[in-house]
Design a protein around this ligand. Structure first.
Ligand code: GLN
Length: 187
């Protein structure tokens, strides 16, 4: 299984390591044409506005085509990029996940924290860094992870997103769930 990690900016290397530990072959995607050779893609955390700038119009369009057909997993800024609606400030999204997401939604006081949430029904450590919050879930979106009352991990078809950073915890269940999605297609 060849998994790409978008490597324009942000903490892509932690995803690379985790995916390799789980047996995937990883390609660091720096050019749009590299999307043609992979079975799935991880869009890491970072700064979503900066991702948009670095992608440019052509890169954005190519990525938009990719996420419509191939499994993709976005964490934090990656989740923001995948959304249909982005707030605070408003910004374009790839439209692969029917959610409204608010950037930097926890405020400055608690902009980063480690909390216990629940993933697929079991407790999971979750690292939040200037995290967004999912404010609206479309009818096709399944919640697979929660923290308190908030949905923090979701799935719609072949697309998965988490508002936290699973690559920064030792538990590999979230990445394993994504690799399963890539190998099974939609379940
Ligand atoms: N605050 C960032 C954004 O709005 C996301 C933070 C992250 O990816 N850790 O894009």
């Amino acid at each position: 299984m060849k998994i790409g990690v978008l490597a324009l900016q942000g903490d892509f290397d932690a995803h690379r390591k985790r995916l390799e530990e789980l047996g995937a072959e990883v390609v660091l995607v720096k050019k749009p044409e590299q999307l043609d050779g992979i079975d799935g893609l991880v869009i890491p955390g970072g700064e979503s506005g900066t991702f948009l700038n670095l992608l440019g119009d052509a890169g954005f369009e190519k990525l938009k085509q990719f996420v419509r057909v191939k499994p993709t997993f976005g964490t934090c800024a990656g989740a923001i990029l995948l959304a249909t609606e982005v707030e605070n400030p408003k910004q374009v999204g790839l439209g692969a996940l029917d959610i409204r997401i608010r950037r930097n939604a926890y405020g400055r006081q608690i902009d980063s924290s480690i909390r216990e949430g629940s993933f697929s029904g079991s407790p999971l450590e979750m690292v939040f860094i200037r995290a967004p919050k999912i404010e609206r879930l479309g009818p096709g979106v399944e919640v697979i992870g929660t923290e308190g009352k908030d949905p923090v991990a979701v799935r719609q078809g072949k697309v998965m997103a988490a508002t936290f950073h699973p690559e920064l915890s030792t538990d590999s269940r979230v990445h394993r769930a994504f690799l399963e999605l890539v190998s099974n297609g939609t379940r």
